[in-house]
Ligand binder design. Sequence first.
Ligand code: KG4
Length: 343
Amino acid sequence: MKILAFESSCDETAVAVVEDGRKVLSDAIASQADMHALYGGVVPEIASRKHVEAIAALTDRALADAGVVKEEIDAVAATYAPGLIGAVLVGLNFAKSVAFSLRVPLIPVHHIRGHIAANYLAFPELEPPFLALSMSGGNTLLVDVAGYTDFHLVGATRDDAAGECFDKAARVLGLPYPGGKPMDELAQLSAGGVYDLPRAKIEGHELDMSFSGLKTAVVNLAHNAEQTGKPLDRAALARDFTQAVSDELVPRTIRAAELCGRRTVVAAGGVAANSFLRADLQSACKKAGIMLYLPPLRLCGDNGAMIGAQGYYEYLAGARADWSLNAYATREIDEPVVAYCNP
Ligand code: KG4
């Protein structure tokens, strides 16, 4: 079954053709990051307009790269939540019109479910159940994935997402947007151990996280150095900051796997590209006797193939949308997919 999949929840327009949920026939991406870098972060209105400009040509490219004609497409999948509402609406409405004109089913896909499903594309043997740690620019979640469409949220950030925290910390250190990768590179220049940064604990909710105190601590250190003229060891701060993020995420992931009785952990999302986090997850999982799946770097960030992968399993579970399907800026991962009957 060939699915044409659309992703437009933030600043990447992405269209892919995926066969039977596991085989990527094409994966076309148009990133707007350079444009948003001028403003130091994503400007929602610009993101929506850029999606409009890119999406038709990108769809042609995805079909051509896959070597299929549109009549061979069996279903259309699209991100319907969560994300920047204007941005999601562009991809979703384009997907609706494609599904309508081809007379094929329209499958709504939750963006974070897609990030997790990116792992199915890289690891043919991977099947639920497993514990997923999803870390992106807008969300940071611990999810018990009991089945392909059976998700249980077991922990989450109470405030900022890990990716947002990386981007803000990078900004005060003078690094370009998106800040995750340059922070990673800067942190590699230091062994750290210079700055004492806070770790959060949420009373009675051991799997929940908080990143806003950490973000504020880095911002204050940078501003203080600027105002007093004291030197700032930027590389050490990047390294210590990354360690603090890892200390929030890694032990909670192992604990969540224990509590859910899972022996497999799957990482997902843009922040899963971080080299220190990957190393820490690897050693913690090894110590705990847990099998770890880390997505290849190209599948960590937003892409259309991940939506095609999850779309396939949502389709098998019966998820179909009609033309009234709306986009949602927020929607929990364990809420049932909005299922309508095709007219
Ligand atoms: O999953 P993603 O591409 O988009 C969302 O769905 O949000 O995640 C983007 C986030 C950004 O905050 C970016 O700075 C971060 O992932 N990121 C990283 C790294 N590469 C990207 N964070 C830490 N280390 C990295 N190497």
